[in-house]
Design a protein. Structure first.
Length: 198
């Protein structure tokens, strides 16, 4: 399969690249250091990426910038980081990508446990996650040609210990578990699903 991994140079992306590149053709897309440099906050940049890649079988997104910071000082400008990044960035990967993806292909977006289990400093991520999950459910009933769409929703990732203090008592999602959540979405039959850890 020809699989695009957006966010390929991040913690999750690197793991998925190494897990899948032995069996599949992986196109590494990132804002820096990827095969194709792409800014997911720009529809023009996304369109250029798909034109370079051409037809493909699956797209995995582990990208989604959001604002992390205290509620009291949260402003419209800061909130738009998650709206333009994790929300519209990922939505546009699908809106534009649907015109390039092969029949029976799949999109897998990234959300997170913050959708339903909020933590302090992460209101922006909770909102963006919720919007993406709503989009996944809505898109799943309208995508044609057998194209599927799901979201992977992990808790804090074991390889991102810098975030542990923000998630007291949360059991981290292991990298192996994360990999198999993505495998379920890409190689399984489900669509419109939010695939959660544990």
């Amino acid at each position: 399969m020809k699989i695009i991994i957006v966010g390929a140079t991040g913690t999750m992306g690197k793991h998925l690249v190494s897990a899948l590149e032995k069996e599949h053709e992986i196109i590494k897309v990132a804002s820096k250091d990827g095969d194709i440099l792409t800014d997911i906050t720009s529809t023009e940049s996304i369109e250029n990426m798909f034109k370079q890649v051409g037809s493909f079988d699956a797209l995995i997104s582990t990208a989604g910038p959001t604002h992390v910071g205290p509620w009291k000082t949260l402003t419209d400008t800061e909130f738009r980081k998650g709206v333009e990044g994790k929300m519209m960035g990922q939505i546009n990967l699908v809106l534009i990508g649907q015109h390039y993806i092969n029949p029976k292909g799949s999109f897998t977006l990234i959300t997170g446990a913050l959708t339903n289990d909020p933590q302090k400093n992460f209101a922006n991520a909770s909102a963006a996650n919720g919007a993406v999950e709503g989009f996944v459910r809505g898109a799943s009933i309208e995508l044609e040609n057998g194209i599927r769409i799901n979201a992977v929703s992990p808790t804090v990732i074991e390889d991102s210990p810098q975030y542990f203090p923000y998630f007291p008592g949360e059991i981290p999602t292991t990298m192996r578990e994360l990999e198999y959540m993505f495998r379920k979405s890409v190689f399984g039959a489900g669509t419109g699903q939010i695939i959660k850890s544990h």
